[in-house]
Unconditional design. Structure first.
Length: 235
């Protein structure tokens, strides 16, 4: 079953190309050409995923991303001509789930959309079991996370990392292994990107992100999840 996808792109030719490829995947696609329209239509259309160009008129794509993330857990894929690492990390830090640097292949974009929808719970496997680590509960089928009675809102990539770790409590995963399991085909993801997602994840699920109880650092190796006592120091 297809998803509702909003494409916010001011280049009409590129926007229509994306529409064609995404509709071939079975998705219902709405195209807008500026940041203000992206916000308005997101609120009215309630898409499952937003493909969001960073450089747009009226409202910058990064501002749109920041506002959308404050309002909902919609999956967000940023399109950017900026290749500087700080710009890309900023996009992730304000809530984007993934990014692509222009120029890109429309086929690769549809693959990334497919993966984001799957990780966000729009495409799920009925065999995915609920994972429990201490008071932490991860439900892949419903795309839900709770710590005790407290619901936690995560982005698709944060959820993917947590699901990988929670599936094997105590096991240490390198950053490369996390990229392979949580992000799949996305071989452009850098190890520093994993660290940025983990920092955001800790802010949301840990009582004290500086001494995490669940997502712990194993120095020189990577990360593990544990229901035990907090790390004395976190990286």
């Amino acid at each position: 079953m297809g998803a509702r996808v909003l494409v916010a792109e001011d280049d009409r030719k590129q926007a229509e190309l994306l529409r064609v490829y995404l509709e071939r995947e079975g998705h219902s696609v709405l195209v807008v050409g500026d940041g203000r329209a992206a916000l308005d239509r997101s609120r009215a259309y309630r898409p499952d995923l937003v493909v969001l160009d960073v450089m747009m008129p009226l409202v910058d794509g990064l501002d749109v991303c920041r506002i959308l993330r404050a309002e909902s857990d919609v999956a967000i894929l940023l399109l950017t001509a900026r290749s500087a690492e700080d710009d890309l990390l900023l996009g992730l830090d304000i809530g984007a789930d993934d990014y692509m640097t222009k120029p890109f292949s429309p086929r690769e974009l549809t693959a990334r959309v497919r993966a984001l929808l799957r990780r966000s719970g729009r495409i799920t496997s009925p065999e995915e079991e609920v994972l429990t680590v201490g008071e932490l509960i991860v439900d892949p089928g419903r795309f839900e996370v709770r710590v005790g009675d407290r619901p936690i809102g995560l982005t698709a990539k944060e959820f993917g990392i947590l699901q990988v770790l929670a599936a094997e409590p105590g096991r240490v995963f390198t950053r490369a292994q996390i990229i392979d399991r949580a992000f799949g085909f996305d071989h452009y993801v850098e190890e520093r990107t994993v660290d940025a997602h983990v920092m955001n994840l800790r802010r949301k699920i840990e009582d004290d992100p500086a001494a995490p109880r669940y997502v712990q650092t194993v120095y020189g190796r990577g990360y593990r999840i544990s229901p035990g006592s907090p790390d004395p120091v976190a990286a």
